[in-house]
Design a protein around this ligand. Structure first.
Ligand SMILES: [Zn+2]
Length: 300
């Protein structure tokens, strides 16, 4: 019911009960539930985030065989709009009260940051539930200077955890022609301490991964062309669909696909070799322990 209410309020889309039923996962009550938690539009001016989120949801509630398998194995919790008041008012970054909500994850106030407070409570509650394995938190933003889609992740001491954190963005890079692993960076900037990605990265256990998913406001570069391709609403939604379908690869559920069923194949036409978006020295690390390839700092 929570999900249904969220979808109704924030996207203005009414899904049928049948579609919502399909979103519920057929898991036995005692099996640990893998949960992917996705939020968007904490920054109200970043409208591309809503199209990504819509593509993500539309794909998951569809009849696509990949979506059906995902629904059977993973619980997806989606909050499409973390800052509805800011969106309503036409703000670029702040809430009704003038707060940048993505700097208040550490101590959100139920009065001043109610949406953030409620979502954080839900995540903390799920994290404490022994029957729930909260494995991913992805917060969707749009970027005002960078091109392509890319991610920010966290910095960890253990190299093995660092490598594990890089798995999902690497897989997404293979599935989405506009997503750049080489622009993906892992940082621990002090100014980002109050973001969802940084705060939850410290709160959740070490088998969970927290990312900010960024997408350019403008365009992306394809390997075959030197000219940037402008993003459209459709290509933003396609990125959302590709994020969803990447969980099939991540959880190694590909073997459940029926090869003889039309449309059951993951679209591999867009798969390109890694490094297609420029230098791919993903192990580069600067003096602050920040792993990045391109020098532009994020604004989210
Ligand atoms: Zn943002």
């Amino acid at each position: 019911m929570h999900l249904k209410a969220t979808i109704h309020c924030s996207l203005g889309i009414v899904y049928t009960d049948k579609a919502l039923q399909r979103m519920s996962v057929h898991l036995s009550p005692d099996r640990e539930k893998k949960v992917v938690f996705l939020t968007a539009r904490v920054h109200p001016g970043e409208s591309p985030a809503s199209f990504i989120c819509q593509g993500f949801i539309d794909f998951l509630v569809s009849e696509h065989p990949v979506a059906q398998i995902l629904r059977d194995h993973v619980v997806f919790k989606v909050v499409p709009m973390l800052n509805p008041d800011g969106v309503y008012l036409g703000n670029y970054r702040c809430s009704l009260m003038g707060f940048d909500l993505n700097r208040h994850w550490q101590e959100p106030s139920p009065w001043a940051h109610p949406t953030l407070h409620a979502v954080k409570q839900l995540i903390v509650q799920m994290n404490q539930d022994p029957k729930v394995s909260l494995e991913f938190y992805i917060d969707v933003h749009a970027h005002s200077t960078m091109m392509n889609g890319f991610m920010y992740g966290n910095v960890f001491e253990e190299e093995e955890r660092v490598q594990r954190q890089a798995v999902f963005p690497r897989l997404l890079c293979h599935n989405a022609p506009d997503f750049s692993f080489s622009s993906t960076s892992f940082n621990k900037d002090v100014v980002k301490a109050g973001t969802g990605r940084r705060f939850l990265g410290g709160l959740l256990d070490d088998t969970s991964y927290c990312y900010t998913l960024e997408v350019s406001f403008y365009s992306y570069m394809m390997a075959a062309s030197s000219a940037p391709v402008p993003y459209t609403e459709e290509t933003y939604m396609k990125l959302g669909r590709n994020v969803a379908r990447t969980f099939l690869d991540y959880y190694r559920l590909n073997n459940l696909l029926d090869d003889n069923k039309p449309g059951s194949h993951i679209n591999s036409l867009n798969i390109l070799p890694s490094g297609r978006h420029g230098n791919n020295n993903s192990n580069g690390k600067n003096q602050d322990g920040e792993r990045k390839l391109h020098g532009v700092r994020g604004d989210c």
